[in-house]
Design a protein around this ligand. Structure first.
Ligand SMILES: [Zn+2]
Length: 355
């Protein structure tokens, strides 16, 4: 199978009229891109395709259709990128307004309507976040996915935010009635018990809620013969501990996963990639690590030898080479719209199509 090079796009550059669809596709061809993850639902309760089910993120014609056609015409695959569970506090979707019980509840018993996710850290980070246990919201997302699969010539569905939010203060989420009832029914425990032995199994309930939703979306994609994939936390130990994303387990429902190796030093990236391949080997799921091509520096800000704050083309190419060395199915670049024109031009010179 051909080694795959993918790019994420939020369509922002095109929507801001910094370039046309034709110029964007030309860039992709010159970079040797063979897969695009095109934003279909964002974290602000909006979608990028035509539907009656949800508010569209922009005015005017169907840009999604235009991108899909232009990409498919030159043989580039398109995967519709869905940010699953976060929504805007100011502008929740119609579905969520009608089903307010779907959101997370924190460990102090406050719903996300009262104390939105991360608002206790900084007000402007506030997000409404739906608990993956809510079957109605799952079906709402599935209906958006079906619409994309029926209306557009896309190759697959790509899942993002397929998890709970990262909690900075212990097990902060989720204590909604669904999560609590399931815990009591399955283990006989009340989560507010002080006994650490009783509390520790709660992590399994939360991981299962996420995994069950992946299985659900996978079944939707399979009906249409479409591929299904997910963007996941770098290291599964951290993924399970911090946001209940048990991707070694739910990889069985996916064609490929995209673990992030953002800001990771190339040598440590190789270690993480091999570990990821090993973790999903049993399920036949492929691995396609995500490399940050934008200039932001967050994780690496304090140094530490596992990180790299280098954002040069050389760093990106080194990471791509580590993916090749580990025999991944490919690599995914994140994100076209925040990558500088200089980096894109330099990458074009080095990455020759058809490799
Ligand atoms: Zn819950």
């Amino acid at each position: 199978m051909k080694w795959s090079l993918c790019f994420y796009t939020s369509l922002k550059k095109i929507l801001l009229k910094r370039l046309s669809v034709r110029e964007f596709i030309k860039d992709c061809v010159e970079l040797g891109i063979d897969k695009l993850f095109v934003l279909a639902k964002d974290t602000e309760s909006r979608v990028y395709f035509d539907t009656d089910l949800c508010e569209k993120a922009y005015d005017g014609g169907d840009l999604f259709e235009e991108i899909v056609r232009a990409a498919r015409d030159v043989g580039i695959e398109v995967h519709a990128w869905f940010c699953l569970y976060p929504e805007s506090v100011e502008n929740p979707s119609k579905y969520l307004r009608e089903h307010p019980e779907a959101v997370l509840v924190n460990k102090y018993g406050k719903t996300n309507w009262e104390e939105p996710t991360w608002s206790y850290i900084k007000r402007e980070y506030s997000k409404l976040w739906v608990c993956p246990s809510h079957e109605g919201y799952r079906e709402y997302l599935a209906s958006l996915m079906r619409e994309v699969l029926e209306k557009y010539d896309v190759n697959g569905i790509h899942l993002d935010y397929v998890r709970y939010p990262e909690a900075l203060e212990g097990r902060y989420y989720c204590y909604c009635p669904r999560c609590l009832n399931k815990y009591e029914k399955e283990y006989g425990y009340s989560v507010y018990a002080n006994d650490v032995i009783e509390r520790r199994y709660f992590v399994s309930i939360l991981c299962e809620n996420v995994s069950e939703s992946v299985e659900y979306f996978s079944d939707v994609a399979k009906v249409y013969g479409a591929s299904i994939s997910a963007y996941v936390f770098t290291d599964y130990v951290t993924a399970i501990e911090s946001c209940y994303q048990d991707w070694p387990y739910f990889s069985q429902y996916l064609d490929f996963i995209v673990p992030t190796i953002y800001e990771v030093a190339p040598d440590y990236a190789l270690f993480l990639i091999k570990k990821a391949i090993n973790a999903v080997m049993h399920s036949g799921c492929k691995v396609m690590p995500a490399i940050m091509t934008s200039s932001s520096t967050r994780r690496s800000a304090k140094g530490g030898k596992r990180w790299s704050s280098d954002r040069s083309t050389k760093y990106i190419l080194e990471c791509i080479n580590k993916c090749r060395e580990a025999s991944t199915a490919g690599a995914a670049l994140f994100l076209y719209d925040t990558t500088s024109v200089d980096i894109i031009d330099e990458l074009k010179e080095t990455l020759s199509p058809g490799d």
